[in-house]
Structure formats: C-alpha cells, structure tokens
Design a protein around this ligand. Structure first.
Ligand SMILES: NC(=O)c1ccc[n+]([C@@H]2O[C@H](COP(=O)([O-])OP(=O)(O)OC[C@H]3O[C@@H](n4cnc5c(N)ncnc54)[C@H](O)[C@@H]3O)[C@@H](O)[C@H]2O)c1
Ligand SMILES: O=C(O)C(=O)C[C@]1(C(=O)O)C=C[C@@H](O)C=C1
Length: 302
C-alpha cells in the first residue's frame, strides 16, 4: 500500500464524478469507504438506469443527469466518460464550475483528451489530466469496487500552461488516497507507453477472437469447448466495452499504428524462425517473455 500523509479532514468538500461506471464508481466506493477524499459525493450519468443503480449502491449523496447544475459547488470535477465524450462534457461543465475548482479526467489516452478539453479551459480553474492504470473487462456502475486502484499506477500528465502546481499535488493526493502510486509524464510519452502496454494487447485480443470465430467450421466448437487458460486470457480482455475501446483506438491512432507495425515485423521474424526451424531464436524469444512476466510479478509483490 502507498503511504499517504495524515490529513485533518477530507481532501475536498464536494467531489463530482461524471460517468460513474467502472472507474468512476470505484472512486466513489473508495471515497464512501474511507471518507478521506470528499465530504459530499455527487454522481452524474446520462443513462437513467445507471443513475438508479448508483442510488441503489449508495455510493453518492446526490445522483443526477444534470451535469451543469451538479458542478456548481464542486471543488473537484472528475470526468470518467469514454474518451470520445470528454470534450463535449468539458464544454458543458467548465463554464458552470466555481473559480478555484479542479477539473480532472481518467481517460485512457491523453493527447487527444487534452486537445478536446483545452478550448474550453478557463484561467481560474485548474485542469489536471490523469489515467489510473487499473481496470477490468467489466463496465458500468456495478463493476466498480473500492480496491480497484490499490498498488496500481495512476499516470498524471499535467499541462505546463494551465495547471497550477497546487492542483497537481491535490490530484496526486486524490489518487494516493484511492490506493494508487502516482507518476507524472508528458502526454505524448503516456500515449506511446499505453499504446504498447495496453492498447495493442487489446487490439490483439479483439482480433484473435475474431480470427478464431471466422474459422468457425474448423475450430469454433473447439474454441468454446477446449479453450484452456491461454485463449481464455485473451477472451477476458476481448470482453471489454466496445465504445470505450473504439474511442481509445481512434484517439491514439498514430501511436497504436506505430506499435502495431513494429509488432507485425517482430511477428514476421518469429514466423520465419518457425518456418526455418530456428530453435535458438524461438527459445530466446520465449525466455524473454518469461523473464518479463517474472519481473512483473516480483514488482507487484514488492
Ligand atoms: N475500463 C478500464 O479498464 C479503464 C481504466 C482506466 C481508465 N479508463 C478510462 O476511464 C473512462 C471511464 O471508463 P470506464 O471503464 O469506467 O467506462 P464505463 O463504460 O464503465 O463508464 C462510463 C460511464 O460514463 C457514462 N457516460 C457516457 N457518456 C456520458 C456523458 N456524456 N455524460 C455523463 N455520463 C456519461 C456512461 O453511462 C457510463 O456510466 C474512460 O475514458 C476510459 O478510457 C478505463
Ligand atoms: O485489466 C484490464 O482488464 C484492463 O484492460 C485494464 C487497462 C489495461 O489495459 O491495463 C485497460 C485500459 C486502461 O486505460 C487501463 C488499464
């Protein structure tokens, strides 16, 4: 667990979460559980059925579809909607926010989210983009849980031009109170890193499930009947939300295509090694994968 310094009262008086799905509801669960994040929690969702679920879950003091009214007294507004909706939501709420408030987001891509929000920024509110590197294949309010961010990274990509230092510290604290470790980086760097460690693996998972399905006559029943843990691991990722992933792919287009091209080259090299019986290359490649997995597990335990 991350060590967070003791504080007198909650970090914010009022926190508004717009889009209480997997990520937003997890923040609300955590804030409800620990009471260190905000005294008052407001959830805003466009989907009436999700608003009902958030009320039933009891993770917010107010639940509404009216984002503009909701943000008026907020100290912090957190956008947890799909990345393609960030600009539109920001355009609606920023004019209604009080001076001195903080706007933050949890989008999985940063350059395009920042560009979509930038035109609406005001000099008297701070915008601190962030991205918790934690999730599951589930979405919606029922998917949220208080410990989702424990010991996971949250990457912050502050803007030099419109974000005051104090607000970066506050958003850093917010994520630490959610259980995360934090790191700052440039948005462009963030998008390239996430293209390889998150976006490309999802692209491969969606594609391999489609490929297996296309081979229906030969393999479909086997896919369903005999799929052991290897293929099942791909299907877990492939079960992720289509709107969220469409938006990620389209908003991080260049970095994803660059990483995919690089991957296809490396896959071709592996194909050649298999074709020509290059055992050394094959073993080296697999050993490298094992080393990476082991070091990840060791770091997670540390
Ligand atoms: N799922 C993950 O693993 C993960 C991890 C880190 C960051 N993120 C990012 O966090 C954000 C939320 O992801 P999620 O997995 O929680 O999605 P989700 O689909 O579970 O939740 C999104 C919520 O936003 C609501 N919504 C959509 N448009 C809205 C609008 N205009 N106004 C108000 N509410 C609206 C939806 O009804 C839904 O409740 C995305 O930007 C995503 O890229 C996701
Ligand atoms: O664990 C999963 O299911 C996830 O897909 C989480 C995951 C990831 O790729 O690691 C997905 C998207 C996010 O932006 C961050 C985290």
């Amino acid at each position: 667990m991350v060590d967070t310094p003791a504080q007198d009262g909650p970090l914010f008086d009022t926190l508004v979460v717009i889009g209480p799905g997997l990520i937003g509801a997890s923040v609300l669960h955590r804030a409800r559980r620990d009471k260190t994040i905000a005294r008052k929690l407001i959830a805003v969702d466009i989907n009436p059925a999700f608003r009902d679920r958030v009320r039933e879950l009891g993770i917010a003091d107010d639940v509404t579809g009216d984002a503009v009214a909701a943000v008026k007294d907020a100290d912090c507004v957190m956008l947890c909607v799909p990345v393609g909706a960030m600009g539109e939501v920001a355009a609606a709420v920023i004019p209604a926010m009080k001076a001195g408030a903080i706007l933050t987001d949890t989008g999985s891509t940063k350059v395009s989210v920042i560009e979509s929000i930038r035109p609406f920024l005001r000099s008297d509110i701070a915008y601190v983009p962030a991205h918790p590197m934690a999730g599951t294949e589930y979405s919606g309010p029922d998917a949220g849980f208080a410990t989702l961010f424990d010991d996971r990274w949250c990457l912050l990509t502050p803007l030099p031009d419109s974000t005051s230092l104090g607000s970066v510290e506050t958003v850093t604290k917010l994520w630490q109170l959610c259980g995360a470790r934090t790191r700052e980086m440039a948005p462009e760097h963030h998008d390239r890193v996430c293209a390889i460690v998150s976006h490309l693996p999802h692209l491969l998972a969606f594609t391999i499930c489609g490929t297996a399905d296309d081979l229906a006559d030969q393999t479909r029943s086997e896919v369903l009947e005999f799929a052991a843990s290897g293929f099942r691991d791909f299907t877990r990722i492939a079960a992720s939300d289509p709107v969220m992933w469409r938006d990620i792919f389209l908003s991080n287009r260049e970095a994803i295509l660059e990483m995919l091209a690089r991957f296809l080259e490396d896959a071709q090299t592996m194909a050649r090694a298999i074709r020509w019986g290059d055992s050394d290359y094959i073993v080296d490649c697999i050993e490298r994968g094992r080393r990476i997995r082991r070091s990840l597990l060791e770091n997670r335990q540390a």
